[in-house]
Design a protein around this ligand. Sequence first.
Ligand code: GLY
Length: 374
Amino acid sequence: MPLPSDIVVVGAGIVGCAVAYELARRGASVQVVDGRRPVGMGATQASAGVLAPYIEADERNRVLFDLAVRSLHLYDSFISRVVSDSGVAVRYQRTGTLEVTTSDERMATLRNVAARLEAQGLPLGLFDGRAARAEEPFLSGDVVGGLLVPAHGFVSAGELTRALAAAARSHGAQLIEGSHVQRIEEVDGDLVVETDRGPLTGNAVVLAAGSWSGQIEIVGLAASVPIRPVRGQLLRVMWNGPPLRRVIWGERCYLVPWDDGTLLVGATVEEAGFDERTTVAGVRDLLDAACDLVPSVWTAGFIGARAGLRPASADQLPIIGPSQVLPNLLYATGHYRNGVLLAPLTAQLVADAMLDNRIDPALEATGPRRFGRL
Ligand code: GLY
């Protein structure tokens, strides 16, 4: 079968836009379609953009850990390429994370994590409470210690997604917003993507519709793609005084300091179906957690709250790989808490597989086959 050259990407969140950009940059003709407008209006718009594999991907889950670390390593060059191809500025910082705790038991765990990561050669700092407060003077007196990972950082997920869309367009990609995808079907060797505003045809499709991936009918599939939404609420407050120096990560929330004086406070983890509303409970829990960690959040101005639906598979690994049912349908979905972090690597794995028939060994574990005949 000839390699595809004419590809429809379903979903214009950070993963869909990254995939579309990479495919277009490597010469494919690409259409990106999404039911919402502008780009990044699903989970992406409620992401704090934290890039922290050594916190979020436990190294005992080797597959996620390896993917996340590989993707972090791609980030510097990914950002400079996207900014240069798009002309769109993207705020991106690698100022590290300080994971802190108020419990001696958790501190013992952080010491074990530090020992394991140090053995892998990762630069780290392990602090007692006083040293942690020397690093971040606003931390609560209850903090008993923390683990600094200088390699971590954060990026504006919204700016990056808009830059990716612009960069994809600069390589000829076409963006179709406000068209809801209903069905994907093979017709005479092509793949037809049926939308409420008419069909799109390509010789391949990438399904990157996040939490909505399972709502798209794939003709020939006995069941829908097993992805469920997990709501995350995120707050934005206006910080008073000298900024925090880096992301502060606690057991009940994390804080992301922007150089415009705002602070993001994330995030709830809730089974709320497709309900994308913010709630009093979510806002209150996050504010309580933030004030416990950094008491002067109490005096911050409240700007607002957002909610997004993280796409989770049953084993919380992304689903990246070709369908066994429709030749030339490839999944790039289910990134759960790590869509922003995993976007550069996902784009590379998808483009390698589709355009060069290079199947990265990682796709063995991320492929859809683990959930049956998809
Ligand atoms: N990656 C952070 C979150 O999902 O809340």
